[in-house]
Design a protein around this ligand. Structure first.
Ligand code: DAH
Length: 339
């Protein structure tokens, strides 16, 4: 029995020695120490050993098992270390190489300005809604108190798809969509793209963006309009910004006004930025015309409201001191990444 165990051990050690991979070591382990392994077979044949010899033989088997296990373990540690060293050598990093530049994208200046305007109005409790870019003549003109033969239509002559459908010239039609839903009161802004057959120059583009605003409730007055837009201007351009309301004409509001803000560059004393006037025009506004309310199913005796329309590009150009609108559309990354 002793010789047999010695032979098993010698054979196991020989096989361990010859193993050149962890899987092979594992095979050795299974073959000698596993359930069907050779040492286990010896244990199973103990009944053939005389009872008085059994403790001795048992001890011998255990010793042999321990010795094989120990050598196996040493071989495993050695092999793992060698494998790691090989890997480390293969993956040497040259820390003196310059790092790869990571080009992270970011928001377009128009988007930054739009989100800033949205943030201010959301803070005042406004809802942000979207209207369709392809509109009917009714929503773009008719329902805004601009009848078919009105000269105001000429100024906004646009891209007609056919006799009824056109690319909207203003976001004001969204006012009508929201009023028609019949849910009052209303406090909303509607940002979006608009289209006009304008030639491209430093301040014009056939496609640009507006942010429409509409508030309808009982007892809304021009004072609410002034307070709201003054607060908006202060939030957008700074605490000391003043607003000036100049009488104007829009078909869908009465009275109507254009709003100037005091130049945030020179504080109103006049500079190159405000062309010496101290003021910069930023939007159109007014009290919603009773005809417009009536056409959308709202009783002007019970409800009043105000509306305003902001040119988004104008805000972006002012805020970032860009002097040519075309730069916003050329999408030259060298320009865009400055914002
Ligand atoms: N829709 C007008 C435009 O495109 C801007 C405007 C003016 C919108 C007055 C309004 C408003 O809601 O009340 O020129």
């Amino acid at each position: 029995m002793k010789e047999k165990l010695a032979a098993i051990k010698a054979e196991a050690l020989k096989q361990i020695e010859a193993s050149d991979a962890l899987e092979k070591l594992n095979d050795v382990k299974v073959n000698f120490l596993g359930k069907k392994g050779e040492l286990t077979a010896v244990l199973k044949s103990m009944k053939e050993v005389a009872p008085e010899d059994r403790p001795k033989v048992g001890q011998l088997v255990n010793e042999t098992r321990e010795q094989i296990e120990e050598v196996l373990e040493q071989a495993r540690v050695r092999m793992e270390r060698a494998a790691r060293e090989m890997q480390m050598k293969a993956e040497v990093i040259d820390v003196t190489l310059p790092a790869k530049r990571n080009h992270t994208g970011h928001r377009h200046p128009n988007t930054i300005a739009m989100e800033e305007v949205e943030r201010i109005f959301i803070g005042m409790g406004y809802e942000v809604v979207e209207g369709p870019e392809v509109e009917t003549d009714y929503y773009n003109f008719e329902a805004l108190n601009i009848p078919a033969d009105h000269p105001a239509k000429d100024e906004q002559d646009t891209f007609y798809i056919n006799g009824d459908f056109l690319l909207r010239t203003q976001t004001s039609g969204t006012q009508v969509h929201v009023m028609e839903k019949g849910k009052l009161p209303i406090r909303m802004i509607a940002p979006g793209r608009v289209f006009r057959s304008d030639e491209v120059d430093a301040t014009h583009s056939p496609s640009f963006h507006q942010i429409e605003g509409l508030v309808i409730d009982k007892h809304i007055t021009f004072a609410d309009l002034k307070g709201t837009l003054a607060e908006f201007a202060r939030e957008l351009f700074g605490e000391d910004t003043k607003v000036k309301f100049r009488p104007h004409h829009f078909n869908f509001t009465e009275p109507s006004a254009e709003v100037d803000v005091s130049c945030f560059k020179c504080g109103g004393s006049g500079c190159r930025f405000c062309k010496g006037s101290g003021w910069i025009e930023i939007l159109g506004c007014g009290m919603v015309h009773p005809n417009v309310l009536r056409m959308s199913g709202i009783d002007p005796e019970e409800y009043t409201g105000f509306a305003f329309g902001i040119g988004l590009e104008r805000i972006a150009l002012l805020k970032y001191e860009i002097d040519d609108m075309r730069l916003l559309y050329e999408n030259d990354v060298r320009f865009l990444k400055q914002f």
